[in-house]
Design a binder for this molecule. Structure first.
Ligand SMILES: C[S@@+](CC[C@H](N)C(=O)[O-])C[C@H]1O[C@@H](n2cnc3c(N)ncnc32)[C@H](O)[C@@H]1O
Length: 536
C-alpha cells in the first residue's frame, strides 16, 4: 500500500469506529443552492429531476431529504467508511428508496466515467483529508459537473480558525500517548480547562482562545473526535481555496449563505471600511478582505465551470429575491419588559429569536407562518399581506414593503427559500401526515443508532423527543386520520390504561377524556408542524 492509501485507510477506520451522525444541512441542499445561485445570476438545473453526487456523504443523511422529496431526482453518495455506508444502505432498503445509490469507496477513485452531475456536494470533507484527496475533490467538481452544474464545497477558514488551531494543537499534544479513542478524547478534553480557566490574564490571545474552547465545549464527543483530533484538519484562507478551484478550471460563484458575503450584514463600520479598502478589487479579493474583518472560520463555496465566469454577479442581487418562493414559521412570544410599543418577539422554526418593530416584517412573518412549510411566491405573499390590511398604500406600496421585509429577513437568515415550488408543494394530503421516512427514522433511533439524524424536507435537522402517548400517535399521523380521529384513538388508549398522558399520569377508566386527548393531539401536531415534520 502506498502512503495515500494508508492515510485513507486510517481515516476510514477512524470513521468506522467513531461514526459521525449523518445530518442534513439546509444550506448544502440542491434546492437551496439553486435558489442562491440564482441570486448571483447563475442558471442551474431544476432539482426535481437533477443528478446529484455527494462526496464524503457518511450514511447519506444529507441526501435522504432530497431523494424522499423528489423521487425523480437521482443521487449517488460516496464515502470511505464501509460502516457508515452500510448504515445508509439499510435505511435505503428499509424505506424502499429507488433513487439513492450509496457506495463505499474512496472519492479519489472517481474518474470522468463516473458520470456527470448537476449538483456535487462536498460538506465537511475538504479540510479533513490529505492534500491528494483535496486535489481529487476539485478535479471531480470540474470533470464530473454537467454544463449547468453547481458544486458546493465547505471548509474551515482563516483567520477564524487560527485560535482553533492552537486549541487543536494543545488537545493533540495532551492526548498523543493515549492508547485508545476514549482515552484520547478524555485527555484532549482535559486540556480545555487549561485553555479556559487556566489562561494567564496577560495572555494576548486569551479572549480568542476562550472563544475557541467554548466552540469545542458546545459539541458532542463524536464531533470533537473528528473535528479536532483527526490526523488532518487544514484550514486555509479563502483566497487559497478560490485559487485551487481556479487552477482546476472552476469559477467561484458565492457562498451558499449569501447574506454572509454582504459587508452590510456586519454593520455600518464594517461596510464602510470594507468598501474603502476593497474598492476596485476582484470579487474573491473583496471576500478575502471581508473574512479578515469578520474573522470567518467556515465557508460554503459554490463553484461552476470556468467558462461561465462572465455570468456570475459580484454579489447576490437582492432585486432577485422576488423571483424566489419563501417559507418561514414564527411563533409569537412575550416581548421583554421595557420593549418599545409595537415590539414583537418571535421564535422561528429553528427555535431562534426574531425581534422586530417593523410592521412590514411582522406582516410577512405572519403570512409565511400561515402557509408553512409550503413556500409562497412573491406575488402570493403580496396578496396575503394586502389581505391583512395592516400596511397603508396601494398594491405597489405593499409590494415595496414586502420586498423590504424579505430583504431584512433574508439578511437575518430567518427564512427558507427555493426557486421552484419547494419540497412540500406536491402534498395531496388533507389529513395530518408525517413527511416520508420520519416515522421510520424515529423508530430506528429508538431501537439502535441508525447513524442518521432526523430532518425536514427543507433539509433542517429536527429534534423530536416524544412521550409515550405521542409515540403511540406517530404511526397514525399518516394522512388517513383527521385530527378528530387521532383524538379518538388517543382517548381510547388513555382510557384503557395502555399509555400514560403526556404529563406521565395514568387516566385508566376515566370518562370525558376527549378534551384532554384533543389538547395532546393538537400540541403534538403544532410541534411537528413547526419543525417541518408534517406535509401540509
Ligand atoms: C467530517 S465527515 C463529514 C460527513 C458529512 N459530509 C457531514 O458533513 O456530516 C467526513 C467524511 O468524509 C469521509 N471521507 C474521508 N476521506 C474520504 C475519501 N477519500 N473518499 C470518500 N470519503 C472520504 C469520511 O469517511 C467521513 O464520513
Amino acid at each position: 500500500m502506498n502512503s495515500p492509501d494508508i492515510v485513507n485507510q486510517q481515516i476510514a477506520e477512524h470513521y468506522d469506529r467513531t461514526q459521525y451522525t449523518s445530518n442534513a444541512f439546509f444550506y448544502s441542499s440542491p434546492g437551496h443552492l439553486r435558489a442562491t445561485a440564482h441570486l448571483y445570476g447563475v442558471e442551474t438545473v431544476p432539482v426535481e429531476k437533477a443528478r446529484v453526487l455527494e462526496l464524503g456523504c457518511a450514511a447519506g443523511g444529507n441526501l435522504l431529504p432530497l431523494v424522499l422529496a423528489y423521487p425523480e431526482a437521482q443521487a449517488i453518495g460516496v464515502d470511505l467508511s464501509t460502516v457508515q455506508i452500510q448504515q445508509g444502505q439499510k435505511i435505503v432498503q428499509d424505506l424502499g428508496i429507488k433513487n439513492l445509490d450509496l457506495r463505499a469507496m474512496s472519492l479519489t477513485d472517481i474518474g470522468k466515467d463516473f458520470g456527470q452531475f448537476d449538483y456535487i456536494i462536498v460538506h465537511g470533507v475538504f479540510s479533513w483529508v490529505p492534500p491528494e484527496v483535496r486535489e481529487a475533490i476539485v478535479r471531480i467538481c470540474r470533470e464530473n459537473l454537467s454544463p449547468k452544474g453547481l458544486a458546493y464545497v465547505s471548509y474551515n477558514t482563516y483567520p477564524g480558525w487560527k485560535a482553533g488551531d492552537i486549541v487543536r494543537d494543545a488537545m493533540l499534544l495532551h492526548s498523543h500517548s493515549a492508547t485508545n479513542d476514549e482515552e484520547k478524547l478524555a485527555s484532549a478534553k482535559a486540556m480545555l480547562t487549561l485553555l479556559s480557566d487556566g489562561l494567564a490574564a496577560s495572555n494576548p490571545l486569551a479572549s480568542a482562545l476562550r472563544g475557541a474552547v467554548g466552540q469545542v465545549q458546545k459539541q458532542s464527543d463524536y464531533y470533537v473526535a473528528h473535528e479536532y483530533l483527526e490526523a488532518f484538519n487544514s484550514p486555509c484562507y479563502f483566497l487559497e481555496f478560490a485559487d485551487a478551484a481556479q487552477q482546476a478550471g472552476l469559477a467561484y460563484v458565492g457562498d451558499a449563505e449569501s447574506h454572509s458575503e454582504l459587508s452590510a450584514t456586519y454593520g455600518q463600520n464594517v461596510q464602510l471600511n470594507h468598501s474603502l479598502i476593497a474598492l476596485g478589487q476582484p470579487k474573491v479579493m473583496r471576500q478575502q478582505y471581508l473574512d479578515l474583518a469578520i474573522g470567518r472560520n467556515f465557508r460554503k463555496s459554490m463553484l461552476v465551470q470556468q467558462e461561465r465566469e462572465a455570468e456570475i454577479a459580484i454579489s447576490p442581487d437582492l432585486g432577485r429575491l422576488r423571483d424566489l418562493r419563501w417559507a418561514g414559521f414564527f411563533t409569537r412570544g412575550e416581548s421583554p419588559q421595557g420593549a418599545p410599543v409595537g415590539h414583537h418577539t418571535y421564535t422561528n422554526h429553528k427555535g431562534g429569536p426574531l425581534n422586530t418593530t417593523e410592521v412590514r416584517v411582522i406582516a410577512v412573518a405572519n403570512a409565511l407562518s400561515q402557509a408553512w412549510p409550503v413556500a409562497v411566491s412573491f406575488n402570493d405573499l403580496v396578496s396575503h399581506v394586502q389581505a391583512q390590511g395592516v400596511l397603508a398604500g396601494d398594491s405597489s406600496d405593499v409590494e415595496k414593503a414586502v420586498q423590504e421585509a424579505l430583504d431584512t429577513l433574508f439578511k437575518l437568515n430567518q427564512l427558507r427559500f427555493s426557486l421552484d415550488a419547494g419540497p412540500y408543494a406536491n402534498s395531496q394530503s388533507t389529513a395530518p401526515q408525517l413527511i416520508p421516512g420520519l416515522a421510520y427514522l424515529i423508530q430506528q433511533n429508538k431501537d439502535s443508532a441508525s447513524g442518521v439524524g432526523r430532518f425536514s424536507l427543507w433539509h433542517d435537522g429536527i429534534n423530536i423527543q416524544l412521550k409515550e402517548a405521542e409515540s403511540f400517535l406517530l404511526p397514525h399521523i399518516n394522512g388517513k386520520n383527521t385530527e378528530n380521529q387521532l383524538r379518538a384513538l388517543l382517548r381510547d388508549v388513555l382510557h384503557d390504561g395502555k399509555v400514560p398522558a403526556t404529563d406521565g399520569k395514568m387516566l385508566t377508566g376515566q370518562r370525558n377524556l376527549d378534551a384532554k386527548a384533543l389538547l395532546m393531539v393538537s400540541k403534538l401536531l403544532d410541534f411537528l408542524n413547526r419543525q417541518g415534520a408534517l406535509l401540509a
